[in-house]
Design a protein. Sequence first.
Length: 479
Amino acid sequence: MSASSGQKLTFEGEELDYNTDRDIQYCIRGSDKKSSINSFSDPQLGLNGRLLHNISKAGLKKPTPVQRHGMPQLVAGLDVMCCSHTGSGKTAAYLLPIINSIVGDASASRSADKGSGSSSGKENTSGTNPTGLILTPTRELAMQISKDANMFGEGLPVSSFAVFGGQLLRYELGKLKEGRVDILVATPGRLLHLLSEFDVLTLGKIKYFVVDEADEMFDRGFFSGIRNIVDQFLIPKEERINALFSATFPNQIQYFAKKQLRSGFIFVVIGILGGASPDICQEILCASRAEKKMKLEKIVQDLEATEKKLLVFCNTIEKTVEIFNFLHQSDYKVSGIHSDLTQGERTQALKDFDSGQSTILIATSVAARGLNIRGIDLVLNYDLPKDINEYIQRIGRTGRVGVVGESISFFDEDTDEDLAKDLVDAITSGNQSVPTFLSEFCSGADDEEFESSEEALHFGMKKLKVKRCFEHFEEEDAF
Ligand SMILES: Nc1ncnc2c1ncn2[C@@H]1O[C@H](COP(=O)(O)OP(=O)(O)O)[C@@H](O)[C@H]1O
Ligand SMILES: [Mg+2]
C-alpha cells in the first residue's frame, strides 16, 4: 500500500476507494438479511428522485460498504447492528432510509387526504411527535447529524432538529411546540429532561429509533439514560425499526444490541472489527514530557507551509489551554475546544477550523467522537489516551472516506506503557508496521491473534477475530 496524506489510497498500483467495489470485506448475519446494493438508485432502495438529487449534490457518488450492506436492511424494515470504522459513512446509512420512509409516508397520506377530501396533510397537534429519533453522545455530533438530515431532505417534506445540553432550553421548547420536526436528534440527558419536565414532545409515533456511536454512549455512561427513555417514553421495540451504529463492538454493546433490538436483527460488520481505519497512517513517536512541546513545534512548522489541518488531542483542559496559548503566542492560526468553554465558543472554534480561519484545533476528547470536521490531514495525540478505543476514535477524525489521513502520537515511556500492547494491535489491524521501540515494550506478549501485516490484505478482516466475536455474541451469559 502506498499512502500519503490527501491522496487516494492505492493498493498494488491501483487506486482504491470506497467508490469501488473491491476488497472490502464484510460480514452480514441474520436469517432475513437483504442483498446488498451497489448504487443509491438501486430499485431495491426505492429512493425518492429529489433525495437522489440531494445525495449527488452532497458529493456521494456511490454508497460506502456500510451503506451498501446496511441500508437495504433498514429499508426492508429490519433492525440492524452496524459496525464500521469511523469515517465510513454510517450517518447516511441510517439517515437516507429514514428520510425516504418519511417522504413516502407523507406522499401516501397526501393521496389519502385527496381521496377523502381532507385539506390538511400533517396532523395538527400541538407539540412534536417525530417519526425518527436519533440518539447521539455529543452536542457537536447532534448538530452535525441534524444538519446532514436537513441537507439530504432539502426540498422534501421532512425536517430535522437537534436538542442537546448547552443549547437554550427556551429555543428548543419553542421549536418543539411548533410541532414540525420529523427527525429528532438528541443527546440522552437533554431528551430525558425535555420528556420528563415539559409537555412539548411525545415519542408515540416513532417508527425509526437509532443509537449512533453506541460505544461512546456506553463509555460516557449514557446507557441508563437511554434505557429510561426507551422504557418510559417509547412504544415497544416490536412496533418500531431499531438500529445501533458503532465503530467498535465491545461486549457491553453486544449485550445492549440484544436487549434493544428486535430478535432476528441483522448484524453488519465491515472491515476489521474494532480495528483502526485502514485509511490512516499511524505513526508513534517516543517523546518524554519535556520533549513534547519541541516536537509539536517542529510538526506545526512543517505543516504551516502546506496549509494542512491539524487536530491536537490533550488529555486535560489545563493542557489544552497551555498548548493553545503556546501556539497562539507564536502567531499560529489556532483554536481550542474543551468542555469548560461555552457552547457558543465551542461552535465558533469548530466553525473557524472548518472554514480554515484556524488550521490547528487543540481539543480534549470531547471532540474525539463523531465530529465530522472536513479535511483534517493530521491528528496528533499530544497525550495518548488511556483507552485504545479512544485512540481509535481520535485518529478516526482523519482519513475520511477514501482519502488517506495521518496520525502521530507522542508515546511517553513514563505514562503510556500500559497502552503499548493495545497500540501494537491497533497499528497491526490498520496494516501498518510497528516501531521497534514499541515492540520492545511488548516483547514476550502473546500475539498469536495477529497475522503479519504482509499477509493481511488491505481492508482484510481478521476472520479469526470476527469468529471469536460471534462466539461471544452467542454466549448467553457472557456479560
Ligand atoms: N457514499 C459516500 N461517498 C463519499 N463520501 C461519503 C459517502 N458517505 C459519506 N461520506 C462522507 O464521509 C464522511 C464521514 O461520514 P460519517 O457518516 O460521519 O462517518 P462515520 O459516522 O462512519 O464516522 C462525511 O464527510 C460524509 O459526507
Ligand atoms: Mg458517525
